[in-house]
Ligand binder design. Structure first.
Ligand code: SF4
Length: 367
């Protein structure tokens, strides 16, 4: 039974140089055809597999880059072909430059319950480095627009360890976010992803990774946000009580999900596939009545185990001893003695000291 649905909207007004998601500028896309294709794909998937949806999330790209008319048609169309009446979370990513009061009101009217606003930074310099198309003032204004539209579960996405971002800027960004009193904050350490302009600069030596700075900025976020009343419940995620993301938790804890839209991933049991990462070909396939799947793979039990341990360890709940299976007693003892993990109620959890080292601790647990 599928309980979680992801919908990928690949359009962006401007391409950020660090971004590795499948996305493109509007180009010559026929938006009506695109919206119809996503709704048709939803219907085809609902006919193929039983669904009892608990969470739906629109990501991208920039879902709010669709015009109000197209976005409304998409939301209304999905409501016709899917049963959305038992949703616990109905979320959408938004970009500050693409939300008007009228569009925000329509989003609320159509039942969305949680909006994630891509702010990244609240200083001009860092925004410029990140190639973002909004100003600090615009991001604030958009947050308030969403609040005025009635959204009572708002997330702000932030990014740290950006080249040239001083600690004063990161501090200012966190403080500004707190002043706005959101229910959730995601604070991501910048990753240099392959096939991005940032990765090229890293390869040329123009940018440098700096693990010490990563740790310092991570702890600054952790301390500031915990003091501000947020619970740190996953390495990059902080929530006020009752506002943890149910959709993201589904990924972290290995639930099945279906992805709609170009390039979207789906996982059912050990089978994972990706939709065609090409908007025109995606629309064409759907028009022909074909699900636009490619790259289907059957995960081995070993691959599945590695993924589960790595993702669950990043959460506050931790990874169960049962899941870990055959980890030598000695490994757990060493990690505990080094104060990197604690074992509580049958779960191995990262300590404050272990949190910035989540990947290497997972590596030890997977030896
Ligand atoms: S707006 Fe988001 S999806 Fe689009 S390029 Fe920037 S980071 Fe990537």
């Amino acid at each position: 039974m599928i309980e979680h649905l992801y919908i990928h909207i690949p359009f962006c007004h401007r391409i950020c140089p660090y971004c590795a998601f499948y996305k493109h500028q509007h180009g010559g896309t026929d938006f009506t055809a695109f919206v119809n294709a996503v709704v048709t794909e939803a219907r085809m998937q609902a006919e193929r597999v039983p669904m009892a949806l608990k969470t739906v999330y629109f990501g991208g790209g920039t879902p709010t880059a669709l015009s109000e008319t197209h976005l409304e048609r998409l939301l209304a169309g999905l409501d016709e072909v899917l049963d959305l009446s038992h949703l616990e979370e109905f979320g959408m990513e938004a970009n500050p430059m693409t939300v008007t009061p009228s569009k925000a009101a329509m989003m609320k009217r159509q039942g969305l319950s949680r909006i994630s606003l891509g702010v990244q930074a609240w200083d001009e310099e860092t925004l410029k480095t990140l190639g973002r198309d909004h100003s600090p003032a615009h991001a604030k204004e958009t947050f308030l627009t969403l609040r005025e539209a009635g959204f009572d579960s708002l997330n702000i996405d932030l990014m740290f360890s950006v080249p040239g971002q001083p600690m004063t800027a990161w501090r200012h960004t966190l403080e500004t976010a707190l002043e706005l009193n959101p229910e959730h904050i995601s604070a991501y350490n910048l990753n240099y992803e392959e096939d991005t302009a940032f990765f090229e600069k890293l390869a040329k030596g123009e940018y440098r990774e700096n693990p010490e700075r990563d740790t310092e900025y991570f702890y600054h976020a952790l301390d500031t946000l915990e003091t501000g009343g947020f619970q740190h419940y996953e390495i990059s995620n902080y929530a006020k009580p009752g506002h943890q993301s149910a959709h993201n938790a589904a990924y972290w804890f290995g639930k099945d999900y279906i992805g709609l839209g170009p390039s979207a991933f789906s996982t059912q049991g050990l089978t994972r596939w990706r939709n065609l990462p090409d908007t025109e070909r995606y629309i064409h396939a759907i028009k022909e009545g074909i699900l636009p799947k490619q790259d289907a793979e059957l995960l081995t039990e070993g691959q599945h185990h590695i993924e589960r341990v790595a993702l669950e360890l990043r959460t506050a709940r931790g990874v169960s001893i049962e899941r870990l299976g055959a980890v030598p007693e000695r490994t757990l003892q060493t990690l505990t003695e080094e104060s990197l993990v604690v074992i509580e109620d049958g779960f191995v959890k990262l300590t404050r000291q272990g949190k910035p080292l989540a990947d290497s601790v997972a590596g030890e647990l997977l030896v």
